[in-house]
Design a protein around this ligand. Sequence first.
Ligand SMILES: Nc1ncnc2c1ncn2[C@@H]1O[C@H](COP(=O)(O)OP(=O)(O)OP(=O)(O)O)[C@@H](O)[C@H]1O
Ligand code: SF4
Ligand SMILES: [Mg+2]
Length: 339
Amino acid sequence: MPGIMTKILEVEDLEVAFRIGPAFGIGQRKELLGVAGVGFDLDPGKTFALVGESGSGKTTLARAVNGLQAISAGRIVFDGQRIDDLDARRMKPLRLRMSMMFQDPVGSLSPRMKVGDLVTEAYRIHGIDVDFRAETERLLSLVGLSMDVTDRFPHQLSGGQARRVGVARAIALNPELIIADEPTAGLDVSIQGEVLNLLNDLRERLGLAMIIITHNLHVVRHVADRMAVMYLGRFVEIGPTDEIFSAPAHPYTAALLSANPEPDPDRAKDRIALPAEVPSLLHRPEGCEFHTRCPWARQDCGDEIPEAVIVGQRRVACRFPLERGERPPADSPTDPPTK
Ligand SMILES: Nc1ncnc2c1ncn2[C@@H]1O[C@H](COP(=O)(O)OP(=O)(O)OP(=O)(O)O)[C@@H](O)[C@H]1O
Ligand code: SF4
Ligand SMILES: [Mg+2]
C-alpha cells in the first residue's frame, strides 16, 4: 500500500548562535548568529543545494544538521525523528545513516592513514565487523578507484582521487543522507564534472538524499532539484532550482547568478556587480539586511524586515521581488562609474 513518503530531513527555524570575545580580556562577550532561522525539507533520493557568499552560514548549517554543531533554536527531524535534542549515545545510531564530506578534500583525511584504512574507518569507529578487504574493494570500485591506491597516503593522491576517497568514506555504512561541503572546490574543471557525475550516479544507484554546498552555480543546476540562497545566515530565496535559474526573484540571487561565468559574451556584460562589503554578523543592517548592497533598494527598504513572499513555488525574502529579466535601475549604486 503506498504510504505518505516520510521526509528524510525536516529543518525548522534553525538558529546557530556563536559566543565570541572578549578579546584579550577587553570588551564584552557578544553573540552572533551564524544561522539565523532557516527551514527546509528534503525527500529521500533528492538533492538540495545551498549557495551564498563566503561566511553566509552554509557550513554552519550543514554541521548543525549533522549534529556536529549545537543549535540555539529550532528543530531538526531526521526520518520522522527529532534529533537536535539527542545526547551523543542516542545520536550514535543515527550517525550511521547520514554522513558528511568536509570542505577540504585532502586536509579532512588523516595524513598518516592509508586509503584502505580511511575508507573503512567508519566501521572501526562504530565497532562494525566486516570483511575489511572486501569492503575496501567494494567502496573503491563504487567511486571508480582501483585497489592500487589502498596503500597510499592522502598526500600521494591527486585532487580528484582524494575527493573520490572522501566520497567512498561518505558512502561507507550505506547512509541515507550525504552532506557534501564544496565537493568540487579546487579541482580542475574536467575533474569537477567527474566528481559530480559520480555523486549523481551514486545518488541514483544507492537512493541517497544529498545536500550539496557550493560556490559553483553550474554544479547546482546540474545536480540539485531544489536550492536555497543564503545571506547572513538566512535564506533569501528557496525553491525549485530550474525556477530560480530561469527567473531569480531576489536581487541577491540575481546578482549571484549573473556573477557566474557566462560562456555567452553577449550575456557576460549583464553582470550585476555588488559592492564588495558584506556586513558583519555583529552589526546586521536594519530592515532588509541586503539593503546596503541591493541595486534595487528603495528608500524604505531599511525600515522593516521583509516577510517572505511566494513567487511561483518559491519563498523570497524581498518586498519587491524581481520580474523575469528585470535589470537594476539606472541610478543603481552598483552602476559602473561614468567616465
Ligand atoms: N566557531 C565559530 N565561532 C564564531 N563564529 C563562527 C564560528 N564558525 C563560524 N563562524 C562564523 O559564522 C559565519 C558563517 O560561517 P560558515 O563557515 O558557516 O560560512 P560558509 O557559508 O560555509 O562560508 P565559506 O563559503 O567560506 O565556506 C561566519 O561569519 C563565520 O565567521
Ligand atoms: S527588500 Fe529592498 S533592499 Fe531588500 S532585497 Fe528587496 S528590493 Fe533589495
Ligand atoms: Mg563553508
